[in-house]
Design a protein around this ligand. Structure first.
Ligand code: GLU
Length: 294
């Protein structure tokens, strides 16, 4: 990899960071540093109603107490609405996106794949969601850890929302525009986003944006198989647990920190990790039960 590597960590402030977020942050950080690249921080605050008060500050504090240093100023997606809207207007006027007035209830039987009811209805954009038309084609890419991933957009994703009916911009659109705008070359994130990637590839293709490399790390799961997160009461990353949790996150990522590091501080652990990072050691699995990690 070249010196032009740009990576990023892009937390959503719907809750605090937990061990699963630490694993994703650490992987993207070490991958960037090993490559001599930049590591950016982007707050994905697209959904104020779902934002936990104080979460943005808590995320920054946690990253700092765990020794992470990002390059440049943090970017907030809430400052980027104009850029998102411009692209939506363009896609709409080109007929690549359309307005949808289907209710949640109406769509219940379709299990997340939009059946195209409003596709050719010509609705006005007011009080409507905006959906992107997807082609009846398979998209695929080679993930650096998970290998080849394929998805037929029409059958497995369907026309997807890029702006919600309540006016909020959708993650799929914002992430693609911001990664391109920030020059991100390498996306390292949790495997829960693997099946979002083909939709993002389609958007990149449509908008003439470069395709980054992808690396999806295993999702850390709870005993019940769920993703760690606020709703399952996983504890926030405590400042006084930084060193042991960083060591544990390194092991979750298949890295082999020597026992001399048992007394190291967070900065020393990140420095060791940056020098010794080997992405080929990351377990090739979509999920990793937290209880299995030493
Ligand atoms: N904001 C997303 C999350 O917290 C991550 C987005 C991404 O890395 O593409 O799950």
């Amino acid at each position: 990899m070249t010196a032009s590597y740009i990576g990023r960590f892009a937390p959503t402030p719907s809750g605090h960071l937990h061990f699963g977020s630490l694993v994703a942050a650490l992987a993207s950080y070490l991958d960037a540093r090993k490559a001599g690249g930049r590591w950016l921080l982007r707050m994905e605050d697209l959904d104020p109603p779902r934002e936990e008060p104080g979460a943005q500050m808590a995320i920054l504090k946690a990253l700092e107490s765990y020794g992470f240093e990002w390059d440049g100023e943090m970017v907030r997606q809430s400052d980027r609405h104009e850029a998102y809207q411009q692209v939506i207007d363009r896609l709409f006027s080109q007929g690549l996106a359309y307005a949808c007035i289907c209710s949640r209830k109406q769509l219940e039987p379709y299990q997340g794949i939009y059946p195209g009811l409003c596709r050719n209805a010509g609705h006005d954009t007011e009080d409507a969601a905006i959906r992107l038309r997807v082609p009846e084609l398979e998209y695929h890419f080679i993930d650096r850890v998970q290998g080849e991933f394929r998805q037929h957009l029409g059958r497995e994703a369907g026309d997807f929302v890029i702006r919600r009916r309540d006016g909020l911009y959708a993650y799929q659109l914002a992430v693609v525009l911001d990664d391109a705008w920030q020059g991100v070359t390498d996306i390292v994130r949790g495997a829960d986003l693997l099946d979002s990637t083909p939709r993002q590839l389609y958007l990149q293709e449509l908008l003439g944006l470069p395709q980054p490399r992808y690396l999806h790390v295993p999702l850390i799961t709870q005993p019940d198989g769920h993703k760690l997160g606020k709703s399952y009461r996983s504890p926030p990353l405590a400042a006084d647990q930084a060193a042991p949790l960083l060591l544990r996150a390194l092991r979750a990522l298949g890295q082999q920190p020597p026992c001399e590091l048992d007394d190291a501080n967070p900065r020393e652990l990140l420095d060791w990790g940056s020098r010794h990072w080997d992405a080929t050691l990351i377990p090739r699995t979509l999920t990793l039960p937290e209880a299995q990690i030493r």
